[in-house]
Design a binder for this molecule. Structure first.
Ligand SMILES: [Zn+2]
Length: 442
């Protein structure tokens, strides 16, 4: 924390000195003059926001503490401070298979783990729920911690649970994870014929979920959903949407990545007066690099066999293979594939900025969610300044960098809250609510 505060000083001093110089010479600051900022100064003067880290699994399952060394993970307080990270959205992700029948229980445990960590490290961390909260934490040189639910199955088909999660501080929800639920379809299983899917991407209840999120002022997150669910959601959402951790399909053909048309649709999402949504780019090598993805696919049968062998070994002893061991094995295989260069992540940011606009792109790392399969030189938030440097090398201005680093997400978050206030005043009945004319006549 000390380091961070000290580091923040030169940037602000520099800005103040520049402002004084402009005033003295009565010269209007030209883009050329602001371009003199170094990447370090830009990084230090930005509110850097990452919208997706899966660290809460580690809090609960590994007893991981934010003050611990990274170990085999990607996120801790030290690295966040080194990279001048201003805000992290921790993902509340409930693995649907082992938690079948108790999605809400696991959701609440994960939420609690984030709160416990924030309380324990209150000298360095501030749990916040609003754009103003992010700015306040930034002014106090603390890391703002927020929460987003990954996977609509967490609400167990209940708008009441959705509202409860909002009350506990959750500020976005991906409508699905890799699993389709009863009201929205996932890109992860949309082609599997044995899994039931909706007719139009969202059921009537699914539309109510989106409306209720709009009304609460919770960001609607379309990462992971099927293309049909994506378009259906964009048609009905009254607020701009976010993709908390998604990349560009034109550069890497993953079903979970977004086509150019989808990127533009996010930029145009929200009502007629909306400034549009934002795509927060995922850092996972398998979403960034086609070569990595192909190599990963090529070893899939070998991986599956090794996992089966491990399971059989445990089964022979009458036990179940521990998930941690399975993960370790999978990671050994993944580590054999060469990491893509950092420039590939920049290619995705650049592509989205060109297709959707520089106001519609940001960072959604997926730290602790991708078995550390990240581009070369990008191991934790401490390496985030490398992204700023690379963007400036490609000609992005200091102002554009600040937008990408967090400004765009803050703008969308504010607008989502504003739309929520407007809808709360409207008091519109929900789609699945009985309409007055449905009531039986006396
Ligand atoms: Zn995810």
């Amino acid at each position: 924390m000390q380091t961070r505060a000290l580091l923040a000083v030169p940037a602000s001093l520099f800005l103040a000195a520049s402002a004084a110089a402009y005033a003295q010479n009565a010269v209007k600051p030209s883009p050329k003059m602001t371009a003199k900022l170094t990447p370090e100064q830009v990084q230090q003067s930005a509110i850097v926001i990452d919208t997706h880290a899966d660290t809460p699994q580690r809090f609960v399952d590994e007893n991981f503490d934010l003050g611990d060394p990274l170990g085999n993970g990607d996120f801790n307080l030290e690295s966040a401070h080194k990279g001048n990270l201003g805000a992290e959205f921790f993902a509340i992700w409930v693995d649907p298979v082992p938690n079948k029948g108790q999605f809400a229980r696991r959701t609440l445990i994960l939420i609690d783990s984030v709160k416990q960590q924030a309380a324990k490290h209150s000298d360095q961390v501030m749990l916040v729920t609003s754009p103003e909260g992010i700015e306040l934490a930034h002014r106090e040189h603390k890391l703002a911690v927020l929460m987003g639910i990954e996977g609509g199955h967490s609400i167990e088909d209940s708008l009441a649970l959705l509202r409860d999660y909002y009350a506990l501080g959750v500020r976005y929800m991906t409508l699905t994870w890799a699993n389709s639920n009863n009201w929205a379809d996932s890109s992860g299983d949309v082609d599997e014929p044995n899994i039931p899917h909706t007719k139009e991407g969202l059921t009537e209840f699914g539309k109510d979920v989106v409306y209720e999120m709009n009304r609460l002022g919770m960001m609607v997150d379309i990462s992971h959903v099927s293309d049909k669910t994506f378009y259906r959601t964009l048609v009905i959402s009254r607020a701009p949407v976010i993709a908390s951790h998604s990349a560009a399909r034109a550069l890497c053909d993953a079903p979970r990545n977004m086509t150019d048309d989808m990127l533009r649709a996010v930029a145009n999402s929200g009502g007629p007066n909306s400034k549009g949504g934002v795509i927060q780019v995922n850092f996972y090598s398998g979403f960034l690099s086609q070569a990595y993805r192909d190599a990963s696919k090529a070893q899939q049968s070998e991986v599956n066999k090794a996992v089966q062998d491990l399971k059989d070994k445990y089964k022979a002893e009458g036990k179940e293979a521990p998930p941690a061991e399975i993960q370790k094995l999978q990671r050994q295989f993944a580590d054999r594939i060469p990491r893509p260069p950092l420039s590939m992540l920049i290619d995705h940011i650049d592509h989205i900025a060109k297709v959707a606009g520089v106001d519609h792109v940001g960072l959604g790392s997926d730290f602790d969610g991708v078995q550390s399969q990240l581009p070369e030189g990008l191991d934790s938030p401490a390496d985030l300044p490398k992204i700023t440097a690379a963007l400036m090398q490609r000609g992005y201005s200091a102002e554009d960098c600040r937008k990408i680093l967090g400004g765009n997400l803050l703008r969308v978050f504010r607008e989502v809250e504003q739309v929520g206030k407007e809808l709360q005043a409207e008091n519109r009945p929900r789609i699945t609510d009985k309409q007055p004319f449905d009531k039986p006549q006396k």
